[in-house]
Design a protein around this ligand. Structure first.
Ligand SMILES: [Fe+2]
Length: 188
């Protein structure tokens, strides 16, 4: 794949986020169109990314500026995350493969420590060329599970993710602030 797509897509994406009215939830089709050159992307772009300090080497930074970040990841079906936040909007493009994606809206005002009332706002199986979209905080709460081995995903965000997140338990209406970790494997 042509490595020029990375800078070209970033160039086309910046005008969207520089608009003060940017709302990723409302601009799904427009965002999918701008990111579409990444559909089918693989090792041919991943090889240019910057490795993260700790293994596993499944995510690389392929574009960085002070206002926009692209991460490219290669996930297997053991990649299953709990319900968590990012302190930022987030767009997940499936380049190939599939993921189960859930996005939650926060209904309380955050006044009570460790408590959060959230409602499921989007629950979808995301396929190649489709998006999982996480809204601006406080509605930046989501969960994902990779369904196809060797799924490639592009993450678009305005900044790196914080070291600790709010890890939610929606049925209990609670959350804990701690590092994000992959959930244990489900027994076959
Ligand atoms: Fe996330």
């Amino acid at each position: 794949m042509n490595k020029n797509i990375v800078s070209d897509v970033a160039h086309n994406f910046l005008p969207l986020i520089r608009n003060p009215a940017f709302d990723p939830i409302k601009q799904r089709d427009e965002i999918a169109k701008v990111l579409s050159p990444f559909v089918g992307v693989d090792e041919s772009i991943f090889q240019y990314g910057i490795k993260r300090p700790q293994p596993p080497d499944r995510t690389r930074t392929i574009f960085y500026s002070p206002e926009l970040l692209f991460l490219l990841s290669r996930f297997d079906t053991d990649f299953r995350l709990p319900v968590h936040n990012h302190e930022a909007w987030n767009i997940l493009l499936i380049c190939s493969g599939t993921m189960h994606f859930r996005w939650y809206r926060r209904l309380d005002n955050g006044a009570e420590s460790g408590k959060a009332k959230v409602e499921l706002a989007d629950d979808r199986i995301v396929k190649a060329g489709e998006l999982g979209i996480v809204a601006q905080p406080p509605n930046d709460i989501h969960q994902l599970e990779i369904l196809t081995p060797g799924t490639w995903m592009l993450t678009v965000a305005p900044c790196y993710e914080p070291d600790v997140r709010d890890i939610h338990n929606p049925p209990q209406g609670t959350f804990e602030r701690k590092p994000l970790a992959v959930l244990p494997k489900v027994a076959a």
